[in-house]
Design a protein around this ligand. Structure first.
Ligand code: ADP
Ligand code: ASP
Ligand code: MG
Length: 421
């Protein structure tokens, strides 16, 4: 008998009909003789709606209470799903994150899983039940509080369950047929990828491809879990995300895909004295806010003034805190002013074959130039090139780059559900 972990995202369980459809799919896996553990997200856009509600009550919701609120979403879907399965004559039991033994650190809103103790899940399985676990949530032993794993975190729940229970398969069911060469909502000609290495998927997820949550890919890489990302609306084969074994020969496409991220802002510290220690000083202050800095660019100083500008990108939601921290230490750093720009978009071109192919950046920059799109920042890693553009040209940028690298397919990709929110 195999053990299968299945994760269903919000768009797959958006209403009562969808929940019944998913229940049938889970029962089918059970009927084929498998033990089945399910991680489920909140219905449709529930999490966003709960967030909106919280912000109507206060602009700065207390992190502990926000986690209490948001975890209610998954509690609704897990109970409904278990009911639907039971009504089909199969035993099913739902568990919250803490009941499932999803132990995390205490970081509300972005907790990391530190241990998984699925004792209750194992005994439910031993008794022949289908196990349904609320995605996205955990429990901290020290504070005794409920935590959430960050937006999109149900993917991590599924991967962590698969690792802890030593599952044979971890299937991520969503509203598209798998991982595509770009978001099919933006690039209708995007092609489905059959197999992708976790290394490339990690860079795509970091670049904003929300089809898989970056921490889930990291977790899968660390624990050797193979993922199968597929549609919950049909039985087509999806995309396998795998970790090549040492020495395994991998066919590496030059370019795996293009991702875009609209969630970042840019801060520029203008007129910084161009002397040793200033970058250290600025980023020590920024570091104390725990902000997640992404790209950093320092301009060449104008010789006459001896002053330079330092720009960096970070999540929009963290900009305010960082601006306040820098403003508080203005005299100490000795800069002239701060600029805040939240109308940027980031494009990431990813491919393991870049390592051995010159000319990829030239082709990328030429494609953007020919489309009249200005590049504001550039950063590279071994298998990724990222550029920042104006927010309103990012979708065009993704489409022209996708075409320029010959990624366009012959048919239109299907998006089965979801609002893309
Ligand atoms: P779920 O609710 O199932 O977790 P998400 O909305 O989090 O679903 O993720 C699926 C969505 O990710 C797709 O509908 C698609 O718009 C988006 N997406 C972004 N980049 C990609 C990509 N490269 N391949 C497939 N989907 C992508
Ligand atoms: N419901 C959570 C969210 O919308 C977790 C998830 O869907 O993965 O972010
Ligand atoms: Mg998701």
């Amino acid at each position: 008998m195999s053990l299968i972990v299945q994760k269903f995202g919000g768009s797959s369980v958006a209403d009562a009909e969808s929940i019944k459809r998913v229940a049938k799919r889970i029962v089918d896996a059970r009927k084929s003789g498998n033990d089945v553990v399910v991680a489920v997200s909140a219905m449709g856009d529930t999490t966003d709606e709960l967030l909106d509600l919280a912000r109507e009550v206060t602009l700065l919701p207390a992190p502990r209470e926000l986690d209490m609120l948001l975890t209610a979403g998954e509690r609704i879907s897990m109970a409904l799903l278990a009911m639907a399965i039971k009504s089909m004559g199969y035993d099913a039991r739902s568990f919250t994150g803490s009941q499932a033994g999803m132990i995390t650190d205490a970081q509300h809103g972005a907790a990391r899983i530190v241990d998984v103790t699925p004792v209750r899940l194992q005994s439910a399985l031993d008794e022949g039940a289908i196990v349904i676990v609320a995605g996205f949530q955990g429990f901290n032993r020290v504070t005794g509080d409920i935590t959430t794993l960050g937006r999109g975190g149900s993917d991590t729940t599924a991967v962590a369950l698969a690792a802890a229970l030593n599952a044979d398969v971890c299937e991520i069911y969503t509203d598209v047929d798998g991982i595509f060469t770009a978001d099919p909502r933006v690039v209708p000609k995007a092609r489905k990828i059959d197999r992708i290495t976790s290394e490339e998927m990690l860079e795509l997820a970091a670049g904003g491809a929300k089809v898989l949550y970056i921490r889930a890919v990291e977790y899968a890489r660390r624990h050797g879990v193979t993922l199968h990302v597929r549609s919950s609306f049909n039985n087509n084969e999806g995309t396998i995300v795998y970790n090549p074994k040492n020495g395994e020969h991998v066919e590496e496409p030059i370019i795996a895909g293009v991702a875009a991220d609209m969630s970042e802002a840019k801060i520029t510290v203008v007129g910084v004295p161009d002397i040793p220690g200033k970058a250290a000083q600025i980023f020590t202050i920024v570091g104390k806010t725990n902000a997640n800095i992404d790209m950093i660019v320092q301009n060449v100083s104008a010789a006459a003034t001896g002053l330079t500008d330092i720009s960096f990108t970070l999540p929009k939601s963290e900009a305010e805190t960082v601006l306040n921290a820098l403003a508080a230490d203005r005299d100490e750093i000795g800069y002239a002013s701060l600029q805040h720009d939240d109308q940027i978009g980031k494009l990431a071109l990813v491919g393991a074959g870049m390592r051995s192919n010159a000319g990829v950046s030239a082709k990328l920059f030429t494609a953007l130039f020919e489309a009249g799109i200005n590049i504001e920042m550039i950063s590279t890693s071994e298998i990724r090139i990222s550029v920042v553009t104006r927010a309103d040209s990012i979708n065009d940028a993704v489409r022209v780059v996708h075409s320029a690298f010959g990624l366009d397919g012959d048919s239109e990709a299907v998006v089965y559900a979801g609002t893309g929110r």
